[in-house]
Structures are given as structure tokens and as C-alpha cells.
Design a protein. Structure first.
Lengths: 90, 668
């Protein structure tokens, strides 16, 4: 398996309580905690602005899901979503 | 961050005094619209050498200077691994063969997505290239109450920033003025970084900078993202309704293709047959006339007849893409297509191929992953295109002459077989020689907007031009070669025909005319039977016999390599009905085919033979025009040959099973 390329920020959610992007309900907001791996598709997502600390919104959950990222709507395959650890924003 | 290594020294090929610009930007930033606004019809499309990535180059005049603009592939990140992004980076650094280092760059920035766009801007600025930023979508910003401090942005970036609305052309004169002043400007300084030591993620550092610049230069009003987009998306990206909506849209496009395309197609057809008839009247009979009429004029007509479908399809696709809808279609279809191992974007080509495989293959360029794209191209010709319709009609009539329902079932069965075969072949290829996971979907769903007719028109002209330039000449040459096969060696007309002609001269009226045309049919038949094509038919008969075909059907198969529909008129000639019968009285063709006998007196077109022939025509690769396009779009003869080989083997095996199976069941 690929190793985490980005270390999680100190002082955030413990790993056990961590949620992944594909688990969030539609309409929820969250802050990116960690991105596992770095392949071409994930890199593209990162180039579109998905990096640790960024707030995102799940517009429509599903596979693929729709993400609001930096004022853009982006369709993302569930396979990638399960590699993005997030903390839900209130 | 070091610039990517140059693969070779830059070459200067541009004319002296000309200035070279590159146009870069994110996908959906309106880059191509701006390119069209700057250059209009003076654009050319070719591939980057050794790749299948398209290179669009246009020209325009600025004061008295000739400017050459290269429209780079849309990208988010110059350091990414995809072919498009690598090429974009190479062109900017001058590492790409045949281009040389550009003099300046225009960066198209979507103001609605400023922070993300600045990511690419900062990368280009770091390459030490003079830059002008074209701040696009200012109309949408205004509608959303978003204010931009362009002067401040220009100071932050260290380069001119020009607000534009590419779709309407607003701001383009100011952009040209800024380009003119560019010569005197220094290369912008490397943008200051607010964060240089925050760890391993190169994206984070750059994004920290872009976020802060965007925050300083933007003033949000009551943020109101396009309400239409949200509402439409609720329906169009729905997992079930979205798919139904997509199928309805494609149905509409097909309806247009079938409904409208046949008008210019008939026109092209009659124009070229008129031209042929005109030449026949003016020239004495002979090889040259036959070459001109049947080879050159017929070949040109046979090539240009594809153009209406190509034009309509790309016009519609461009409109759909411009509205933002095509991204939604790829999104909803991704769920379905992934099961086969293809991305959602493969569905548009797969559906388009039902009209014609050529525009279908040309439209696979939207598929990013090379392997996914190759698989789609390889399986597309299995889908039943409109050229197969005449063949299906003929066989349906032979199988079930007086039962419209059963004939309709033949059609449905043939179409289903084609689509299922394409899906199974895609699955098999993805699990064998082109193994690999489908690239997971990452796709921006841009805001919906009004499409530009001008862009659609330019896209259509561009695609038509590519087809005529790249495929046209080869198709023409092949038509001439096939003409030669069906014409040489010449044989003496049969004595029976000569006797008929002799007798006709002494008679008058209808009887004489009948005799003349009977004689002509005999002459045509014997000329074709004795030609190289006829000999090939005889020669391949042992191979075709297990499928239930005789040598005459063999001639039909050989001659339909140029185009499938040719088999109907060829069979009309070999079975002595005369070519005219195909149009004037197809029933007479079907009747004589039904009566046709083998040398042992048994019928040729039995139910088993018809079914076997039908399956053969559904699955076989019998379209040289498609092969030429596959060669161009895969940039390799190898895949074109592979496509031909696997489809022929598939068709042969399936036909063999059908014929032998039906015979074993006692149906013959």
C-alpha cells in the first residue's frame, strides 16, 4: 500500500475518530486532515486545491461524489474519496 | 522547485520578426474561446510530434507584427505527470521539439476561481516568461457581486492583468494593447512565498500563497453562486434521473444526425453521381473514364459523404460541452462505465459510433487516460454504424420477407449484438493486453452557461478539416486501389451478351431496351467475376465455405472493405440484377438473391447463410476510412492492424458458430 505522503497536522482528531471523505453526508463541510498516497489522479485533485487544512463541502455524496473545492464543483471517484481523511466542521 | 529538464535544445523555426505566444490556463477557463476570439479562422490543428495531444496554432496581427499563438492543453499543474501537462510545460520552457521557447504567455484566469487559477499562474511566472493575465468571466463575477482589484492583483503578480469576457470579446482590444506593451516589460519577479518551510507538500506552500493573494484582491459581495447550476445539478447529476436525462440528450443528437445529415449526404451523393454521369457523357469509354468516374469521383463522394455526420456531431458536442453539460454526462455515466473498465467519458464516443465510427473515434480525445482511450477506439467499430443499415435491411428482407415484426427483431438483434460485443471486447482488453485500473474520476463540473455558436462553428470546421486533410487523401487512394481490383484484368464480354446486343440493334422499342440492359448486366457480371476482386472471391471461397458463403458473397466481402454498404450494390452486380436495381427496385434484388443457386443447385441465401452473413457484417472491420482514423488517433499502424485482426477473427468465429449451429439444428 502507499504510504501517507502528508503527515497529519498536530493537535487534530485522533486517528480512531477520523472520518473519510466518502463517509460524509451530502451538504456537510469538513477540513482535510490527511491525503493517503500520491498518484496521478490524487495529484490532480491536489493541484485543484485539495490540500491539508482546506475546508471542503460535500455537495452530493455517492460514487462518484460531488465536492465543492475552492468555489468549484468537482466530481470525484469514491476510490479517491476513501483516501482523504477529514474532520467534520460544525 | 527546479524547472523540468529540457529534452532537447530549442529550435527556432518561426519566421523572422514574428512573435510567439502561448495561451495557458485551467480547463474550462475560457482559454479556447479567447483563442478563437484572437485568431478566428486562422487556426490549424496538428498533433504534437510523437503524441496524440492536439496542438492548435493560430495567428493574428498586432500593429504590424505577426503573432503566432499556441493554445496549450488545459491544465492545473505544470509539474503533473499526465502527457498534456508535460507537453504544456515543455512548450513553455522551449523543450518541445519544433517550437522553440515562446516570447510570452497569456494566462487565462477564471475570476470565479481565482485562487486555483493562480496556482498555474505562479508556476508559469517562475519559468521566467513575460506574462499577461487575462482575467476571464468578469460578467459572472459581476452577477455574483464579486469585485476584483485588478491593479492590486497586477502588483502582487508583477505582470499586467486585463479583465475580459472572452465569450463576448469584451476586453480583447485591451488585452492586445497590453501584449503590445509587453516587449518593454521586465520578466515578472518570482512571486513572494508566504510559506517556504511548511513541509513536504509542494501544493500546500503554493496554495498558501495563492489563497492569500486571492483574499487580498477579491471583495466578496453577498456570495451567490449561480442558482441555476445548483438547481440543474440536482436533477442532472442524480444517479437515475441523470442517466435518463443523458440518454434523452444523446437521443436528440442522434435524431439530428439521422434526420438532418441525410439531406447533405444525399446532396453529396447526387452531386458526385451527377459529376460521374457528366464525365461519362463527355469522355470516350475507356480505362481513364472508368478510373475518373468509379475511382476518383466515386472515391471522393464516398469520403465526403462522412462529412455531414462529422459536422453535426461535433457541432452538437461543442454546444453541449460549452454549456457545461458534457461534464455532467461523464459524471453520471462514470458509475455505469466503470463496471466495464472504461471511464464515464467513453460513453459519448460509444453512442456517437452508432451514427458513424469515424466521428466516434475522433471524439475519444476527451478521454484523458491513454489506455482507456485506446480501448475505446479499438472497440468502437463493433457498434452498428449507419453504413450497416442497408446491409441489415437486405438481410432482414431475405430472412423474413413478409413479417415486419420479425424484420424489426433482426435489426434490434444486430444493434444489440454490436453493443454487447463492444462492451465485452472492452472488458476483455482491459483484462488482458491493456491491463490497468481505470483512472479514477476527477472532473470539474463548471457552472452552466450559454454556449457559443461561434465556438461550435469553429470546432466543427476544425474537425471537418482534420478529417479531410488526414483521412481524405488516404481514403481516396484506397478507393482507387479497390477500383483497380474490381476492374483489372479486363476480360472479353461474354458471347451471350454480344449476341443480345446484336439482336437488340435489329429491334426497336421496349424489347430492344430490355435486351440492351440485359446485355449490360451480363457484361458487368462477367467483368467483375473475371477481375482481381472476382478471383479473390474464388480464392477465399474455401475459407468462407464453413460460414455458408459462396465465392460471389466473397466478392461482396472483398469489395466492401472500402465501405460496408458497397456489398449491396456488388451483390446486385454479381447476381446479375444490375446496380440500378438497388435504388429503383430493391425488391427485384431481393427476389433474385432469393432465387440464386449454388453450382449444385441448392439455394445460396438460406436462413443459416443469411444469419451468418448478418453476424459477420455486425462484427467485421470493413471500413478502411475507420482504419485510417484509428491509425491517426492512436499514432500507430500497429493498433490499426490489431483492430482489423481481432475484429475479423471475432466475426469469422461468430459466423461459423451461427452457421454450423443453425445447420446442426436442422435450420438451413
Amino acid at each position: 500500500m502507499t504510504k501517507p505522503a502528508t503527515a497529519s497536522e498536530p493537535g487534530t482528531t485522533p486517528a480512531s475518530a477520523r472520518q473519510y471523505l466518502h463517509e460524509l453526508p451530502s451538504g456537510s463541510r469538513a477540513v482535510v486532515q490527511q491525503i493517503d498516497g500520491e498518484d496521478e489522479a490524487l495529484r490532480r485533485l491536489m493541484a485543484m486545491g485539495l490540500c491539508v487544512g482546506r475546508e471542503i463541502e460535500v455537495v452530493r455524496q455517492g460514487n462518484p461524489l460531488i465536492l465543492r473545492l475552492l468555489d468549484a464543483r468537482i466530481g470525484v471517484s469514491g476510490r479517491l474519496a476513501r483516501r482523504v481523511a477529514v474532520e467534520r466542521a460544525p | 522547485m527546479s524547472p523540468p529538464a529540457a529534452c532537447c535544445p530549442p529550435l527556432k523555426t518561426v519566421a523572422r520578426g514574428a512573435c510567439r505566444l502561448v495561451l495557458a490556463g485551467n480547463p474550462n477557463s475560457g482559454k479556447t474561446t479567447l483563442f478563437n476570439a484572437l485568431t478566428g479562422l486562422r487556426a490549424q490543428t496538428a498533433n504534437y510530434p510523437g503524441t496524440t495531444v492536439e496542438r492548435r496554432v493560430g495567428r493574428f496581427k498586432l500593429a504590424d507584427m505577426e503573432i503566432e499563438v499556441v493554445d496549450l492543453p488545459g491544465c492545473y499543474d505544470l509539474k503533473a505527470m499526465s502527457e498534456e501537462e508535460r507537453i504544456a510545460a515543455d512548450v513553455i520552457t522551449g523543450a518541445c521539439p519544433n517550437t522553440g521557447r515562446p516570447d510570452a504567455a497569456i494566462l487565462v484566469v477564471d475570476v470565479m476561481n481565482l485562487s486555483r487559477s493562480l496556482f498555474l499562474v505562479s508556476q508559469v511566472i517562475e519559468m521566467k516568461l513575460p506574462v499577461v493575465v487575462a482575467l476571464n468571466m468578469m460578467d459572472l463575477a459581476l452577477a455574483d457581486g464579486l469585485r476584483v482589484d485588478t491593479a492590486k492583483l497586477a502588483r502582487e503578480l508583477g505582470c499586467p492583468v486585463v479583465p475580459i469576457i472572452a465569450r463576448t470579446g469584451r476586453g480583447v482590444p485591451e488585452l492586445r494593447a497590453a501584449l503590445q506593451r509587453l516587449k518593454d516589460l521586465p520578466t515578472p519577479a518570482k512571486p513572494a512565498r508566504t510559506c517556504s518551510a511548511c513541509g513536504e507538500c509542494p501544493f500546500k506552500a503554493r496554495y498558501a500563497w495563492t489563497d492569500s493573494v486571492a483574499a487580498r484582491c477579491l471583495e466578496h459581495g453577498a456570495v451567490q453562486t449561480n442558482p441555476w447550476t445548483e438547481k440543474l445539478d440536482r436533477v442532472l447529476t442524480h444517479p437515475v434521473i441523470g442517466i435518463i436525462a443523458f440518454l434523452s440528450v444523446m437521443l436528440g443528437v442522434f435524431f439530428l444526425i439521422f434526420r438532418i445529415a441525410h439531406i447533405p449526404m444525399d446532396l453529396i451523393d447526387s452531386l458526385f453521381s451527377g459529376l460521374g454521369a457528366w464525365i461519362e457523357q463527355r469522355m470516350p469509354a475507356g480505362d481513364l473514364r472508368s478510373l475518373l468516374v468509379n475511382g476518383v469521383v466515386g472515391g471522393m463522394g464516398g469520403m465526403l459523404v462522412f462529412l455531414p455526420q462529422i459536422c453535426i456531431l461535433f457541432f452538437c458536442l461543442s454546444l453541449l460541452e460549452d454549456t457545461g453539460y458534457l461534464a455532467r454526462a461523464a459524471f453520471v455515466m462514470d458509475r455505469v462505465m466503470r463496471r466495464v473498465g472504461l471511464p464515464g467519458k467513453a460513453f459519448v464516443p460509444l453512442l456517437s459510433a452508432h451514427a458513424c465510427a469515424i466521428p466516434g473515434i475522433m471524439s475519444t480525445r476527451v478521454i484523458e487516460d491513454k489506455r482507456d482511450r485506446l480501448v475505446t477506439i479499438l472497440v468502437l467499430p463493433l457498434v452498428s454504424c449507419s453504413a450497416r443499415i442497408p446491409v441489415y435491411s437486405m438481410l432482414a428482407a431475405l430472412l423474413f420477407a413478409h413479417d415486419a415484426w420479425k424484420a424489426a427483431l433482426v435489426f434490434t438483434g444486430a444493434y444489440t449484438l454490436g453493443l454487447v460485443a463492444a462492451i465485452v471486447a472492452a472488458f476483455a482488453l482491459k483484462h488482458s493486453i491493456l491491463k490497468g485500473e481505470t483512472r479514477p474520476l476527477v472532473l470539474e463540473l463548471p457552472s452552466y452557461k450559454m454556449p457559443s455558436l461561434r465556438t461550435a462553428f469553429l470546432v466543427m470546421l476544425d474537425r471537418a478539416g482534420v478529417f479531410v486533410r488526414k483521412a481524405g487523401t488516404v481514403i481516396l487512394l484506397i478507393s482507387i486501389a479497390l477500383w483497380a481490383l474490381a476492374t483489372y484484368p479486363r476480360s472479353t464480354p461474354p458471347a451471350e451478351a454480344l449476341a443480345l446486343q446484336q439482336r437488340a440493334t435489329s429491334l426497336a422499342g421496349d424489347e430492344a431496351r430490355d435486351m440492351q440492359s440485359q446485355a449490360e448486366r451480363l457484361i458487368h457480371h462477367s467483368a467483375l467475376a473475371n477481375s482481381t476482386a472476382g478471383r479473390l472471391g474464388h480464392w477465399i471461397e474455401p475459407v468462407l465455405r464453413p460460414l455458408g458463403f459462396d465465392w460471389q458473397i466473397g466478392i461482396g466481402i472483398v469489395s466492401s472493405f472500402a465501405a460496408r454498404e458497397a456489398v449491396v450494390s456488388t451483390l446486385a452486380v454479381v447476381y446479375g440484377v444490375g446496380e440500378d436495381a438497388v435504388q429503383k427496385n430493391p425488391q427485384s434484388l431481393y427476389d433474385s438473391l432469393r432465387r440464386a443457386q449454388r453450382s449444385d443447385g441448392s439455394k445460396v441465401f438460406t436462413a443459416a447463410t443469411c444469419a451468418s452473413l448478418l453476424v459477420f457484417y455486425v462484427l467485421a472491420m470493413q471500413c478502411l476510412a475507420t482504419q485510417v482514423i484509428t491509425r491517426r488517433e492512436t499514432n500507430s499502424l500497429k493498433w490499426s492492424v490489431f483492430q482489423f485482426a481481432y475484429m475479423t477473427v471475432l466475426a469469422y468465429t461468430a459466423s461459423w458458430i451461427v452457421f454450423q449451429g443453425l445447420r446442426a439444428l436442422g435450420i438451413s
